[in-house]
Write a protein that binds this ligand. Structure first.
Ligand code: EPU
Length: 433
């Protein structure tokens, strides 16, 4: 469905109750899908979220000759045996950030890659210099020219090397891992990112015969292997989707059991919620979050690479800080520009002052309903939280951003009592609740 013209319409202000399940992790899924190019054998990927970034990734794979077969809504069989390092259509790669994984995967499999510059959410400058530095350290010639990245190894093979990443980068760490898996010799990535999706991608590659050690720590060692075989792999739960639902419970004042998550991944979010007076109870692979009648307490938050508080939870946390008693500060340490959502929350009566990388939130008892935009993916989910916590009817535009990363969002929210629907220009009706 083309969601670019639709609006999400929410009648909010009611506490939400019940169970809400978490889908497979977007940022692991996209990395693993492109990793399948590294093997000529078939792979089966399970718990794949049905979201537009995954669908675009599958389209990109098809465009270079990969055969993709859906076994069910969340399971695909991927056969890369006839993949070729041809140019994927620019209109596809420019739709999402993770298309840069084509470079590492094609370099690793074919010794060359020619890929359009990636798109994705607009957080200011999004360089890929560290990816290129890594490919060059393994012996590739890489250059950016006319909107494309061209990389090739002079003798057709990459050679392992030690690479120190100047900044902690998720994409750079994964891309270098992909290039190094079939390189000759040993590659060591120092100052590697620690995110769970790096561990998940390494686990998938190891399940296919790679030898990657230390994923999840700051030093990753990759012993190159000649060939990878196929395998079946289940993607981990999405920690950002889980965190979004946890904050939703705190913002609406309801009681939500967020199921199918890994509680450890949520530690930084859980810690901040508890500091604000929210109750979080762990039970196996679920967390139950409730605020009760307590007022939310102000808190200071700084985003950091994992295991710090995730930048991808900045906007959702921003909504909660709007509603917390007193003055809170939220500092963004990963992206240059992640506060574009602030203007949207101000339309709902939020009191926020942005000063460089820090936003100051002065709590208000309630926001008011308004028309707002989803300026990017996580900003969009923040608007959904804000709308659900606010009495009256809020409309959210530019919702295609939201469906890039949240599977079955409308259905999942309806199941916990939300009055939410998507309306399109020809049949918008405002008296539906
Ligand atoms: N950076 C560089 N040079 C590089 C690469 C990154 O300077 O070569 C800088 C960036 O400018 C940024 C920082 O390093 O300041 C971190 O960037 P990173 O490379 O870690 O980001 P990414 O890999 O492009 C992934 C997620 C983002 C998430 C960031 C940070 C995917 C597909 N995307 O992006 O997720 O914000 O890591 O955790 O994995 C989202 O899901 O909504 C999303 C935007």
């Amino acid at each position: 469905m083309d969601t670019s013209k639709g609006k999400i319409i929410i009648s909010g202000g009611k506490p939400l109750y019940g169970e809400i399940p978490v889908s497979g992790m977007k940022n692991a899924a996209v990395a693993i899908l492109f990793s399948t190019i590294l093997t000529e054998d078939k792979c089966i990927i399970e718990n794949l979220p049905d979201i537009s970034d995954v669908n675009v990734s599958l389209e990109i794979l098809r465009s270079i000759g990969v055969k993709v077969r859906h076994l069910d809504k969340n399971t695909v069989e991927i056969d890369s045996s006839s993949a070729a390092p041809c140019v994927a259509p620019y209109e596809l790669v420019s739709k999402m950030r993770a298309s840069y994984y084509l470079i590492g995967a094609e370099l690793g499999r074919f010794g060359r890659a020619f890929v359009g510059l990636p798109g994705g959410c607009d957080f200011g400058v999004r360089p890929i210099d560290q990816h290129i530095k890594g490919f060059e350290a393994l012996g590739a010639d890489a250059k950016i020219d006319g909107g494309y990245i061209e990389a090739s190894c002079p003798d057709g093979v990459l050679h392992g090397n030690s690479v120190y990443m100047d900044v902690v980068t998720v994409g750079g760490t994964i891309n270098l891992m992909l290039a190094a898996v079939r390189a000759e010799g040993i590659t060591v990535i120092e100052n590697a990112a620690h995110e769970p999706h790096i561990v998940d991608t390494a686990n998938f590659l190891n399940a296919c015969g790679a030898d990657i050690r230390g994923a999840g720590t700051g030093v990753i060692k990759i012993l190159g292997v000649k060939k990878l075989h196929g395998g079946t792999y289940t993607i981990v739960p999405d920690m950002i989707e889980a965190g979004t639902f946890m904050i939703l419970a705190a913002a609406t004042g309801g009681n939500l059991k967020v199921t199918n998550l890994i509680p450890k991944h949520m530690d930084s979010v859980t810690a901040k919620l508890c500091e604000m007076g929210v109750k979080v109870e762990e039970d196996g692979d679920s967390l139950t979050v409730s605020r009760g009648d307590e007022e939310l307490q102000h808190v200071n938050v700084k985003t950091q690479p994992y295991p710090g508080f995730p930048t991808d939870m900045n906007p959702q946390m921003g909504v909660l800080l709007c509603l917390a008693k007193g003055i809170s500060h939220l500092t963004e340490n990963v992206w240059e520009s992640r506060f574009r959502y602030v203007e949207e929350l101000k339309r709902m009566g939020a009191k926020i002052q942005v000063n460089g990388r820090t936003a100051e939130f002065t709590g208000v008892p309630s926001l008011h309903a308004a028309s707002v935009r989803a300026v990017d993916l996580r900003a969009g989910s923040a608007m959904v939280i804000a709308a659900l916590a606010t009495p009256g009817i809020t409309e959210i535009e530019e919702i295609h951003h939201i469906f890039r990363g949240y599977e079955n969002l409308i259905e999942k929210l309806r199941a916990i009592g939300a009055d939410i629907k998507v309306a399109y220009p020809e049949n918008i009706s405002y008296n539906v609740f």
